[in-house]
Design a protein around this ligand. Structure first.
Ligand code: HEM
Length: 549
């Protein structure tokens, strides 16, 4: 009990739980008062006086590629440099694990891929990756379109009634329906209705986010699930989801038809194309239902609000930018789709402007905005863009935040227009940075559906990098392209108020503060109003693309 209370208030290091990091010491400049308020409020957001990644952005401008952030006895090394990020995520990956993140997520995801310790991770990653094979991804395109149809039907009703609609919430529903079917063949049906199960999923996600922002591991307090407000409900929700997953897993095991990976890839799986089916049918696989439960729960959480956030911020940026940017993308959709209402894989490949808009939104709003690691042994980070030519010493136990938000918005890496939403930047080459080892991004090097961390030499980490990189990257890009193409083919949107009203709040992903409240109309019915001609972002985009007047 004492251990929990002390570690709750950050005194773990005194108990030998973790060593306090070294390196550059730049003191957190928040007042003692704000620290106490943060501790009492129980979350880092309060502590930081706003989303933590925004506080880190202020310090990045002041202190550069690497600095230490200390909240009282807690301390984090903040890395904002592609060379250091590459070292941690790829070159010396065995020296790091997920640290704080794993501690927080373990009670929810168990030994699923995200929090998994290196030994479990090695085994499970090898089992899960084949499930994302090409034929399966192709089948998924049909599922994306089915769910896109549901969303469009729903928006159609809103248009008829002349109402406004909260699009962030709709995107969350559509991505929940997709991930439920894709991962365990369960139809949440959340676009149409909000069931107790859907509510339980959302409350679980909110709790996971609250935990990740908390400086006090309140959930570890003795019997918290029996008496603590929120925890009692959380444990009921988890119980409900666990029961559903157990039924699905047991049902699948009962109808198991063992086969090799190659046979499974060729099998007609139209009845049940889920990853669960694939994992259960895989020959010689250990069918521990606890491990399967952890894998499924992890993918449900990892693949849901991340994609919803990409859709949300893309629609946000396209709706507030120069209307011709959106028009250009809608023209591309019409040209590619040629009157069809459901895209196939080739259409996804052909809709490059749309894909680059989605990717550009992942640059400006990376999900999650911070990657978390802990050093398992002493290490030295390369100097990268810092002036610490001997590198940066990292002691075993140091907690590290890699700020993808800062990397993605760095003027040194992306040029003066780093903070501007401009999907056409991905057609250009820019190697204007002076960071050592940074080769710059070369559009020629891009292979596949999106410019990844390799093409940008770790300056762009939309899906992380190295061996713990996202397993669902292609799935997510395809899903977002299909849903957005179907939506923009039929509708256009205006804000109910000002774009600035949308606001931003942090969680595991970046959420809006007040919702993405939009008025949808049939495409072509809106009067184009050119904002910022020659002035703000609209003028900027037109100038870059030779579109004047
Ligand atoms: C890992 C982002 C969609 C499953 C990650 C990581 C990032 C990420 C940045 C690395 C985390 C780290 O290094 O700490 C995203 C984004 C998505 C998305 C932005 C949507 C746009 C998905 C989907 C799935 C998924 C659809 C599953 C169907 C996973 C899993 C991991 C992961 C299992 C852990 C991989 C490992 O440690 O081996 N994701 N993800 N993600 N993601 Fe995604």
């Amino acid at each position: 009990f004492l251990y929990n209370i002390l570690s709750a208030f950050g005194f773990g290091p005194l108990l030998g739980m973790a060593a306090v990091p070294t390196a550059e010491i730049q003191k957190y400049e928040g007042s003692f008062f704000s620290f106490i308020k943060g501790v009492l409020g129980g979350d880092l957001q309060t502590l930081a006086g706003g989303p933590l990644f925004l506080l880190l952005a202020v310090y990045y401008k002041k202190y550069g590629p690497v600095f230490n952030l200390a909240f009282g006895p807690k301390s984090f090394l903040i890395v904002n440099d592609p060379v250091m990020a590459k070292h941690i995520l790829k070159s010396n990956v065995d020296a790091y694990d997920k640290g704080v993140l794993a501690e927080i997520l373990e009670p929810i995801m168990g030994k699923g891929l995200i929090p998994a310790d290196p030994e479990t991770w090695k085994v499970r990653r090898r089992v899960i990756v084949p499930g994302f094979h090409k034929k399966w991804l192709n089948t998924m395109v049909t599922l994306f379109a089915d769910c896109g149809d549901r969303l469009n039907d729903d928006i159609e009703q809103v248009v008829k009634r002349g109402n406004a609609v909260e699009m962030e919430e709709r995107f969350c529903s559509v991505s929940l329906d997709i991930i439920g079917k894709a991962v365990f063949n369960y139809d949440f049906g959340s676009v149409q209705k909000e069931s107790p199960v859907v509510k339980a999923v959302y409350r679980t996600l909110r709790e996971a986010e609250h935990r990740s922002l908390s400086v006090i591991p309140y959930w570890n307090l003795p019997y918290a699930d029996k008496w603590m407000e929120g925890q009692v409900e959380f444990s009921k929700d988890m119980g409900m989801l666990d029961d559903i997953l157990a039924d699905l897993i047991n049902g699948c095991i009962k109808t198991r038809k063992e086969a090799s990976v190659e046979e499974l890839e060729e099998r007609d799986n139209s009845d049940d194309p889920s990853l669960l089916r694939f994992l259960v049918d895989m020959r010689d696989e250990d069918l521990s239902s606890k491990q399967l439960r952890d894998d499924l729960m992890t993918m449900l959480i990892a693949g849901h609000e991340t994609t919803a956030a990409v859709l949300t911020w893309t629609l946000f940026e396209l709706s507030r930018g120069d209307p011709r940017m959106l028009e250009d993308i809608q023209d591309e959709i019409d040209e590619v789709m040629k009157g069809k209402s459901r895209p196939d894989y080739d259409d996804i490949v052909a809709m490059k402007k749309l894909r680059m808009a989605l990717i550009e939104s992942l640059r400006l709003y990376p999900e999650p905005p911070i990657l978390i690691r802990r050093a398992l042994k002493d290490d030295v980070l390369p100097a990268g863009g810092s002036n610490l030519k001997n590198g940066i010493k990292v002691l075993k136990g140091s907690d590290i935040f890699i700020s993808t938000w800062n990397l993605h918005r760095s003027k040194e890496l992306w040029g003066e227009d780093a903070e501007i939403f401009d999907p056409t930047r991905w057609d250009r080459n820019f190697a204007n940075g002076d960071v050592e080892g940074w080769e710059g991004y070369n559009a020629e090097n891009v292979r596949g559906l999106y410019p990844n961390e390799i093409a940008s030499d770790f300056s762009f980490l939309p899906f992380g990098g190295g061996q713990r990189k996202c397993v669902g990257d292609q799935f997510a890009v395809m899903e977002a392209t299909v849903v957005m193409a179907m939506l923009l083919q039929k509708f256009e949107f205006t804000f109910t108020g000002n774009a600035e009203d949308v606001g931003m709040r942090t969680g595991a992903t970046i959420h809006t503060m007040n919702g993405l409240n939009m008025i949808p109309r049939e495409k072509g019915s809106r009067t184009l109003t050119l904002r910022g001609e020659g002035g703000d972002r609209g003028g900027y985009w037109a100038e870059k693309n030779g579109r004047n007047g």
